[in-house]
Design a protein around this ligand. Sequence first.
Ligand SMILES: C[S@@+](CC[C@H](N)C(=O)[O-])C[C@H]1O[C@@H](n2cnc3c(N)ncnc32)[C@H](O)[C@@H]1O
Length: 285
Amino acid sequence: MIAEALHWALTPAPAWARRAGYLTELIAIQAQYGRWRRQWAPHLQESKDAIRAAMARCATRRHAMVYGSGPLLDIQLAELAANFEKVTLVDVAHLWPARLAARRFSNVRLVARDISGVAQGLLEGAAQGADGPPRPQPNLPQDHASVDFLVSANVLSQLAVTPLRFLSRHIVLSRDEALRFAADVARAHLAHLRQFDAVCCLITDTRRDFLSRDGAVHKTEEQLPGIVLPAHDRSWDWEIAPPGEISPEYSVRARMLCATILPGNDGQGRQNGAAGRLDTVWRQA
Ligand SMILES: C[S@@+](CC[C@H](N)C(=O)[O-])C[C@H]1O[C@@H](n2cnc3c(N)ncnc32)[C@H](O)[C@@H]1O
């Protein structure tokens, strides 16, 4: 608790990230890692291996951009910094451990940005008494044309979590409205990724299984209902919440996947026309 309060007080963060709850969520992830370091290790290794394999497919290596870099648990920063002229880490804010890690490399820069394009709309909506969620409008970064490698680092299913928590304090959304908003945010992110002419490594969870102590699946929650993802190269399980994290009786296992999408290829080995590129894979269900 004390460490979390210190992070809150000492982390340089944009006002919107504090007010909408993004900073709290980011600090909670770092704290959760502190509790489950050993259990998370295999997942973090899988993620690093997946990013390394995707990086190997980059023919040009000017600029690597990482979305959802967070506490850098799944990012081999030294490797990225050695392989690219420039590395940009993008998250809602950057905690001090990540800031200090980035300072070791002269070609790594940190950007605090809302990649979903909803944060501003959330705050304005709350101030103006809006009765629905904002429309996701991710902005293409100005330097997007220089990006040769883009990593979406386990952020896709998280993009709607903080906004929905914020909205629940201001308006009443039905389950269907909440699901629709989450799907809109996820689709907007996928459409945003395909605006880059870069090798894209998408890592995301797709499902969460709640397991009882005997290992039986008690309940399953889809993380991206209604979303069709690109064909994946790898998948693995992540023991995200061992017993004791959310309940003494249940643990939670996340199903993870990594999809590597090459420029000019739809991720399933077929070439698309130049205009269509990845669109056929990232279509909505
Ligand atoms: C599950 S964590 C993964 C963090 C990181 N990849 C790691 O494993 O160390 C999701 C990350 O996405 C970030 N995030 C969530 N919503 C975001 C948004 N709208 N814009 C930018 N980053 C966001 C969170 O702050 C968090 O760092």
